[in-house]
Ligand binder design. Sequence first.
Ligand code: CTP
Length: 215
Amino acid sequence: MRFLVTAGPTRELIDPVRYISNRSSGKMGYAIAEVALEAGHEVILISGPVHLEPPRGAKLVSVSTSDEMFDAVHRDADSCDVCVLCAAVADYKPAKVSPVKIKKRAGNLSLELVPTRDILDSLGHRQHRQFLLVGFAAETNDVEQNAAQKLHAKNCDIMVANDARLGMESDENELMILFRDSEMRKISRAPKKNLARELVKIYSEFATKRLTKKM
Ligand code: CTP
């Protein structure tokens, strides 16, 4: 099978030397890419800026902004069987990018932010989508309810929920996996590589079932 995996944060430019970003390390996405390769799948890894070695054998597409990630994902999604959107895409970006460094002045400074495009939502609502679509939900409260709401709103097949406070920058996480038919599975706290193994198994089984149903 062919996997597309997004990983890491995005950077939304304020001016040539400043940006808005988040604490995502990219470890979960990179672990999924690595395990999928080990299982014999092809992998396109679309990554924001991280400090990780890309897994050998992956086709790496390096991006920085949410717009670049949006374009890269849309370029490759239709050629894949499974799309796993693990990246922590910024929800907002500055309304204007200053072409020169913004100078310090007396008093407060306000920055106008506008929403970025939601990549997962755009894939979920694509007509005649063939690939399995997996989202990740990073929550700090009401994890199951928030993740279920995202699963339906963004029209994906599987939503993997985690506690953002536990998972960000860490080597470990614990997961709740939600399916469209309201089934739910939990994986208790474990290294991200072990979690990735369980996830890739679930994705492959699910994608195979979808493919055989269509034949
Ligand atoms: N996502 C995306 N594009 C965005 C924002 C989020 O594709 N512009 C994807 C993420 O890659 C993830 C999923 O949406 O798979 C959920 O991301 P999350 O940040 O948890 O949810 P949001 O929809 O941004 O909601 P909120 O931040 O309010 O919880």
